[in-house]
Design a binder for this molecule. Structure first.
Ligand code: NAD
Ligand code: MG
Length: 401
């Protein structure tokens, strides 16, 4: 690769699980990638350590006080990184012409504006932040089309489907002979618990994922199956699919990362060890392939692959997400906002595990879907849903002992 082809990468949410994995892949290929900017919410010490290694031109934190501290530390160490703070600063690095690639790996709705800014600016957008697409699907895809951005999914399932589809799959799946997308789900760590036992699940149990090591929010989402619900919505937008064309398949080994079924009966699957560095490396290098540091898949060790259908009685979040996608407009943004508030309360031990779905259901019922034609409409629905969800959290609270 010539020097002119070195990709300049901004990592939004660099101190998180996806962010760290991204920097791990980048560090394996100093001839291919240079880090332009790194960002974090409040983990200023972790961001300092990353700045010392990767020497980005810009670093961003949420609070000015944290940014001032980081500025002082970097100056003392002779590192010439510019440190800024706040959401506008995040959007600025996301659209900065000095970078051609943006990894969107902030968790939750907080990532929406910077991810949209990267899409608007025509970047290669590596999208891990599924909540951004769930909230603003139509706007986001329009922004990508208008700017000519390259959108590559990093969520392992969507990355798998992307790899299983023909190169040009826009404009309706059936035109390309695709009959269904099969979205695999590990089922999470609580797959076998009874409805009664689910009431008493603790944050520690919910976050102990059997196959993937991830941030706390997505770990809880995996345990409730809301993660699969958000992914169903994500798949509809990314691949122009109707909700009926996406089938969720529980596959506890997490080796088949998802599949595409074709009209002729072929089912194409993408497999690998559960390691996010595979989809991250795919997105960074596309259309080439590079070493991701991932162990080769040993099929003899895997030995068997199981598939079952999801139980939407015990895990109603999947159904709620599908219904929100069918309702359209602001409903997915409302679902996402209510879920973020409920998950936060659960992690804080202010809400029971099974009550997460109740809060989301209540909020969807009280906040009917409206057109999501503008960013203002989405941000407004998000704000109202968070407010309502906070009230519903106090109503449902913790289960009685
Ligand atoms: P994480 O909690 O480990 O990291 C989140 C990152 O975002 C951190 O750098 C944090 O500082 C930053 N951040 C948090 N709140 C912020 C705010 N308000 N403003 C600015 N920055 C903020 O999360 P993660 O597990 O890395 O997940 C990141 C995203 O990727 C999520 O949307 C998740 O759904 C998606 N994803 C993660 C995985 C995984 O394996 N971890 C897999 C697929 C998709
Ligand atoms: Mg996933």
């Amino acid at each position: 690769m010539t020097d002119a082809a070195v990709r300049c990468v901004t990592v939004l949410g660099s101190t998180g699980s996806i962010g760290k994995n991204t920097l791990d892949v980048i560090a394996r290929h100093p001839d291919r990638y240079r880090v332009h900017a790194l960002t974090a919410h409040a983990s200023s010490e972790a961001l300092l350590a990353q700045c010392l290694v990767h020497r980005p031109a810009v670093a961003v934190l949420s609070a000015e006080a944290d940014a001032a501290w980081l500025r002082g530390e970097l100056k003392a160490k002779g590192v010439a990184t510019t440190v800024t703070a706040g959401v506008e600063a995040l959007c600025e690095v996301a659209r900065d012409s000095a970078a051609d690639t943006v990894m969107a790996a902030i968790v939750g709705g907080a990532g929406l504006l910077p991810a949209l800014a990267a899409a608007d600016a025509g970047k290669r957008v590596l999208l891990a932040n599924k909540e951004a697409l769930v909230m603003s699907g139509a706007l986001f895809m329009d922004a990508v089309a208008a700017s000519g951005a390259t959108l590559l999914p990093i969520d392992s399932e969507h990355n798998a489907i992307y790899q299983c589809l023909p190169a040009e799959h826009r404009g309706g799946l059936s035109r390309h002979g695709v009959s269904q997308l099969l979205l695999t789900a590990s089922g999470g760590p609580l797959r076998h618990l009874s409805a009664e036992a689910l009431e008493r699940v603790t944050p520690e149990q919910a976050c102990a994922h059997p196959n993937w090591s991830m941030g706390r929010k997505i770990s809880v989402d995996s345990a409730t199956l809301m993660n699969k619900g958000l992914e169903l919505i994500e798949a509809c937008w990314l691949f122009d699919a109707a909700p009926e064309q996406v089938q969720v398949v529980v596959h506890p080994q997490s080796v088949v990362h998802s599949m595409a079924a074709y009209a002729d009966g072929s089912v194409i699957a993408q497999m690998g060890n559960p390691d996010m560095r595979t989809p991250i490396a795919y997105g960074l290098a596309w259309p080439e392939r590079i070493d991701a540091g991932v162990r080769a898949l040993d099929l003899f060790q895997v030995a068997r692959l199981d598939f079952e259908s999801p139980d939407e009685e015990r895990f109603p979040c999947l159904r709620l997400a599908r219904e929100a996608m069918l309702a359209g407009g602001t409903a997915p943004a409302v679902l996402n906002a209510a879920n973020e508030i409920a998950v936060d309360a659960f992690l804080d031990r202010r809400l029971g595990f099974a009550a997460i779905a109740r809060v989301v259901d209540d909020v969807l019922e009280r906040e009917p879907a409206a057109p999501a034609a503008s960013l203002e409409a989405i941000v407004d629905a998000d704000r109202r849903a968070r407010h309502l969800a906070t009230q519903r959290v106090s109503h449902h609270g913790m289960p009685r002992r």
